[in-house]
Write a protein that binds this ligand. Structure first.
Ligand code: CTP
Length: 398
């Protein structure tokens, strides 16, 4: 219930993308937010108010003229911590830019002083029209945030130009960031996260790697974004999608990872080293694919650099550094040694032998050990919740 009790005004204007707003309303409500939905009369032609009432458990308004609701626009605009319009049609954007208040939603927006997030959705030519572009520029200048539109299929067919509303997950990630960053010490901080396994070439086709999926690091990156941080995610090859709002720097080998971390560390306030770099690499990778007919293959392996140990020396003075210690069967003492040896502020210990912890699962059970000796044992949690607890610890020392 990460958004427990947070008040959101969700405005929906009349476009086919309004079906996606149902998911937004539902997911916000599930996260504990109190969601007031206001539909424009044309949005109510696409999705009936009763749908949103069922999803949010709250009354939904369309008209300025409901008996007993004559000041609804003032109250809704004032009481919401965040106003979101998704989808925002070209017409709604034009009316907002002009300051028109000819329906309940536009009246709410005119009465609004706090933050507003728009997710435009329209035909690609309507979006490209100078009128729409100028209106959006006006709203941005007033401090409104705009997410999207994306490129992709429109109601009228495929398009390779922006117009389509971004997916609900993307709107939700921005809503969460706008709501959570104001109370976070990570707001505006630069957080460098590494994730996933690295791979070392055996020959041009084969690699030496490990079972890390990258999920833990991606969860930390998404949680840091939600707290308002500028996140740099350096990732080994993974099947995961880049988290919303985060550009991923892809790396292949442990040496690539070391170089990327050394480069990014100079500007970082926080380093979370969730990657599982390959500790060994073939001493002499073959230049060509070795045919299997040649029989048994002997590989000589040499250790790679310890990225943390080699980059931490030149680290910025106030950097908060978090490492992970993956042990198989116990290993808390080894984790403590790694904490001190690698000069970290925290080490997150997890035991890959425990059910639900370790590789390729969405959960983890970790113990966070602070440099000062404080030990926090966490229960089995989703990796996203583990990420939140790690960042809570980071915020306490920032
Ligand atoms: N790490 C690193 N460079 C490596 C290996 C690990 O920076 N070549 C980092 C990991 O990202 C993690 C921490 O060091 O944050 C501990 O990783 P772990 O694999 O548990 O420890 P190692 O130092 O590799 O020790 P060992 O494999 O002997 O347990």
């Amino acid at each position: 219930m990460i958004l427990a009790g947070r008040r959101v005004l969700l405005g929906v204007s009349g476009g086919i993308a309004s079906y996606k707003s149902c998911t937004i309303a539902r997911r916000l409500t599930e996260a504990g937010a109190v969601v007031d939905v206001v539909l424009t009369p044309s949005a109510a032609e696409f999705v009936r108010p009763v749908t949103f009432e069922a999803l949010t458990g709250r009354p939904v308004l369309v008209s300025l003229w409901e008996p007993g609701q004559s000041l609804a626009h003032v109250h809704l605009a004032r009481d919401a911590e965040l106003a979101v319009v998704a989808p925002a049609t070209a017409n709604l954007i034009a009316r907002a830019a002009l300051g028109l208040a000819d329906d309940l939603l536009s009246a709410c927006l005119l009465a609004r002083t706090g933050p507003v997030l728009l997710a435009p959705a329209m035909n690609d030519r309507m979006f490209a029209h100078p009128a729409t572009q100028e209106n959006l520029a006006t709203l941005e200048k007033r401090g409104w945030e705009i997410v999207g539109p994306a490129v992709g299929a429109l109601a009228e067919g495929p398009s390779d130009l922006p117009g389509r509303m971004v997916e609900p997950e993307e709107v939700l990630a921005h809503i969460e960031r706008l709501l959570r960053s104001s109370g976070s010490r990570l707001r505006g901080k630069r957080v460098l996260v590494t994730a996933g396994a690295t791979r070392e070439p055996i020959d041009p086709v084969r690699v030496l790697s490990n079972r890390s999926s990258g999920r833990m690091g991606y969860a930390v990156a998404a949680a840091a974004f939600a707290r308002g941080a500028d996140v740099v995610l350096v990732s080994g090859p993974t099947a995961l999608e880049a988290p919303v709002g985060i550009a991923v720097t892809p790396v292949e080998t442990t040496e690539d990872l070391r170089r990327a971390v050394a480069r990014e560390l100079k500007r970082a306030d926080v380093l979370v080293m969730a990657a599982a770099p390959s500790d060994f690499r073939p001493r002499a990778p073959a230049g060509a694919k070795r045919p299997r007919g040649e029989g048994a293959l002997k590989l000589e392996l040499e250790p790679t650099d310890d990225v943390l140990a080699s980059t931490v020396k030149g680290r910025p003075k106030n950097l908060v550094a978090v490492g992970f210690a993956l042990e198989v069967g116990g290993g808390l003492d080894r984790a403590r040694e790694k904490l001190m040896g690698k000069q970290l502020d925290f080490i997150v210990h997890n035991d890959a032998a425990e059910p639900g912890a370790g590789f390729e699962v969405d959960t983890n059970r970790v113990t966070i050990i602070a440099r000062g000796g404080e030990v926090t044992n966490l229960p089995l949690l989703s990796k996203r919740d583990v990420a939140e607890r790690i960042l809570d610890a980071v915020e306490r020392v920032l």
